[in-house]
Design a binder for this molecule. Structure first.
Ligand code: TYM
Length: 330
């Protein structure tokens, strides 16, 4: 079975529709064919300031959402990154193999750091993609289900794996990014030329917010001054985004939707899509609540996941330490 690894940050009260359609949906299906490791990446979360109580809560809410979406801890390894110290240990080794300029070219770092004053940009934000590479390489990963915005980090990961392998001998599997064709970049509802992301609330459909609110956000989505419901990203970014979301949530093709809405208005499309979203998130939220009602059981699932992850990760790290010439502890 191929090995799959992916991670998500516990930095919000809720995952959003972009997370789900770009990545998490693939996490769920890949469980059928792969040996999957899924991780709530709290080490990554602290690259920007987090309130300790919030972080604890959001880490559990993240795990509960993953379970509710269908991550099955009997088949997959679900765990919290900080429970497996090998991530940080391998990250250090990889940092020592990464060029300063190479890390500085990461566009997510450039974007995130440009938004803050230099004094407030932590070094952790700079080394963030190297920790991500460590996450992936620690498990001899073959495939990494992610959205389009992670492509460059995956390239860095491959480069670091190849660099290590050629310098110290074959050690790491070479991972490929598994990026969905149609839903790799879900756009913001208020600015359909930008990706949906946590920072702009009105344009983001959160899986845990009140379903009514989600439906309202969809009804208020920015579109264009024409009338025709047609997929055309260049001229009709908003409508195209709604069609992509609609299609992904219902399994109806975009062509089928275009035909079904011929002669109808944007309001009809938005109203119907709002209902589709409500029907999706309502049972989901009930399930999440079920997992959160039994925190002891939730923590147990995460502990079991971490134990297994540690076994696999520690084996890779031992090899790495040996290859680079660290004396084995006696
Ligand atoms: P994060 O937590 O920002 O997002 C989790 C996943 O959601 C995808 N995504 C989107 N996909 C489509 N459209 C969108 N608008 C959208 N917004 C987010 C992301 O591509 C991601 O797959 N660096 C990672 C976390 C990470 C990781 C890893 C991922 C840490 N270590 C190892 C894979 C492997 C991140 O910030 O994801």
């Amino acid at each position: 079975k191929p090995r799959v690894f992916s991670g998500i940050q516990p930095t919000a009260d809720s995952f959003h529709l972009g997370n789900y359609l770009g990545a998490l949906r693939e996490w769920v299906t890949m469980q059928d064919t792969a040996d999957a490791f899924y991780c709530v990446v709290d080490l990554h979360a602290i690259t920007v300031a987090q309130d300790p109580d919030e972080l604890r809560r959001r880490t559990r809410v993240s795990a509960a959402q993953l379970l509710a979406l269908g991550i099955d801890p009997e088949r997959s390894t679900l765990f919290v990154q900080s429970h497996v110290p090998e991530h940080a240990q391998l990250s250090w080794v990889l940092e020592c193999l990464t060029g300063f300029g190479e890390a500085g070219r990461m566009t997510q770092f450039k974007d995130k750091s440009a938004r803050q004053e230099a004094e407030h940009v932590g070094v952790g934000l700079f080394t963030y993609p190297i920790l991500q590479a460590a996450d992936i390489l620690l498990y001899q990963t073959d495939a990494v289900p992610v959205g389009e915005d992670q492509r460059q980090h995956l390239e860095l990961t491959r480069n670091l794996a190849q660099r290590f392998n050629s310098r110290f001998g074959p050690t790491f599997a070479l991972p490929t990014a598994h990026i969905p064709k149609d839903t790799a970049k879900i756009q913001d509802l208020q600015d359909p030329t930008a990706k949906m992301s946590k920072s702009v609330p009105a344009g983001v459909v959160e899986l845990m917010e009140s379903p009514k609110r989600s439906a309202k956000k969809i009804r208020s989505a920015v579109t264009d001054l024409e009338k025709e419901i047609r997929y055309d990203v260049e001229n009709k970014a908003g409508i195209s985004n709604l069609l992509v979301i609609y299609s992904a949530l219902t399994g109806r093709s975009i062509a089928e939707l275009e035909a079904a809405y011929e002669g109808k208005g944007y309001g009809d499309l938005k109203k119907d899509l709002g209902e589709v979203v409500v029907d999706f998130v309502t049972p989901f939220q009930e399930q999440v609540q079920g997992y959160l009602d039994d925190v002891a059981e939730l923590d147990k699932v995460l502990r079991k996941g971490a134990e297994h992850a540690r076994e696999v990760g520690a084996a890779t790290l031992r090899t790495v330490f040996d290859r680079i010439g660290f004396l084995a502890p006696t």
